[in-house]
Design a protein around this ligand. Structure first.
Ligand SMILES: [Zn+2]
Length: 88
């Protein structure tokens, strides 16, 4: 068995989605994961127990309001990281 934070997938989904819509930000992997980390650190984790390597109830289970909240947090994280990218 393993523990998984459901928000990891939701936040990464949100980051990918917002990055597709924005032309003005760096889209390298470093910035992408920095944005995800900032967003995840500002959200309470949502842990579930899953069979290692098995399928688990994912984004489908999340309601629309929840997804909207995540997108807002990701957008904020994106502003923070894009103003202070941790690389040249
Ligand atoms: Zn970058």
């Amino acid at each position: 068995m393993e523990l998984r934070n459901l928000l990891e997938d939701s936040v990464l989904y949100g980051v990918n989605k917002l990055m597709d819509e924005r032309e003005d930000i760096c889209k390298c992997n470093k910035c992408k994961f920095d944005i995800a980390a900032v967003a995840l650190n500002s959200l309470p984790p949502k842990y579930v127990v899953t069979e290692a390597g098995g399928l688990y109830g994912r984004v489908k289970n999340l309601n629309y309001q929840f997804e909207t909240d995540i997108i807002m947090v990701v957008a904020k994280a994106m502003d923070i990281v894009s103003k202070n990218p941790k690389h040249e």
